[in-house]
Design a protein around this ligand. Structure first.
Ligand SMILES: [Fe+2]
Length: 301
């Protein structure tokens, strides 16, 4: 079985919207049965719906994990609106949208196809990817505020995860809850004897090896918001884990971590692809997993 993966489609850019039929056609031409969307389609529901349907129309099973952009509220300052809770959008709003479009909403539960299971979570960030010298040089409160000098991580304005008392949650607590939800899915498929291979999909990054480094600000400040090391530790607990797909970063990459293939193939912003022809984009921005290559079953149990 062939699984295709794309991420960070950012369909708010017309240039990206025009590429979607071409990406879908290539995935269909190669014969993928499953297409994974690893988050950041759009902050507008109608565009998420359109993208999910565009990939599903050609017959592949669409599997969707939302990214932070997809979770954004379209308001000026979501944290100041007690009626808005990003958990509600994550667990219900986007699930309903995805299922109406015929897609499998992966945060709601694993998808099993034969002896392969896909598990997934948006994941979140806990600042664990910040380099020690950068952490030492900055005020710890800068990360929670998501602001440094004139720079801002836009989740500060459009995300509002709330706890049971409707209080805003710290990013570290959001990350822990996302990790717990992913761990529950992993335990479920690990306990299923019919499943021999697991593929994890997270929007945020789970391994330091896939975090792009410059050693300079503001880049290394923004790496605080790339993901969490604990997400990776959760993924590594499964003896059946074969591949981990990520989005969020707009850098195409592939790494190997503890025997697991880890990769991201983001479309990203048009300005990040200057000089690439549409053909080169199609060739480099789709990830492929051939489950035949997973080989013999793991002897671990
Ligand atoms: Fe993202």
């Amino acid at each position: 079985m062939l699984i295709a993966s794309v991420s960070d489609l950012h369909t708010d850019f017309p240039e990206n919207r025009t590429l979607i039929p071409r990406l879908a056609a290539e995935i269909y031409r190669r014969g993928a049965r499953v297409i994974v969307l690893a988050g950041d389609v759009s902050h507008r529901d109608e565009r998420i719906d359109r993208a999910l349907r565009a990939f599903g129309e050609l017959g592949a099973r669409v599997v969707y994990v939302p990214g932070n952009h997809d979770l954004w509220f379209k308001v000026e300052n979501a944290p100041e609106r007690p009626d808005l809770d990003t958990w509600h959008r994550y667990h219900q709003g986007l699930r309903v949208l995805a299922e109406r479009a015929g897609a499998h909403y992966l945060p709601s539960g694993p998808l099993r196809i034969g002896d392969v299971a896909l598990v997934g979570s948006c994941g979140w960030y806990d600042y664990s990817f910040v380099l020690d010298p950068i952490r030492a040089a900055l005020d710890p409160g800068d990360f929670g505020r998501k602001r440094l000098q004139g720079w801002m991580w836009s989740d500060a304005r459009f995300i509002a995860f709330r706890d049971e008392q409707r209080a805003l949650m710290a990013d570290t607590d959001v990350a822990r809850r996302m990790e717990c939800e992913l761990t529950a899915q992993i335990r479920e498929v690990d306990a299923d004897d019919a499943i021999r291979h697991v593929v994890a999909v997270t929007h945020h990054q789970a391994f330091s090896a896939s975090v792009r480094r410059t050693g300079t600000l503001p880049w290394e400040f923004f790496n605080a918001f790339m993901g969490s090391e604990a997400l990776g530790r959760a993924i590594l607990t499964s003896p059946k884990m074969r591949v981990a797909i990520y989005g969020h970063t707009h850098t195409v990459g592939e790494q190997h971590v503890s025997g697991i293939r880890v990769f991201g193939t983001p479309l990203g912003y048009p300005r990040e692809r200057v000089g690439l022809s549409p053909e080169e984009i199609i060739q480099t921005r789709i990830g492929w997993i051939d489950t035949v290559r997973f080989g013999a079953p793991s002897t671990c149990s």
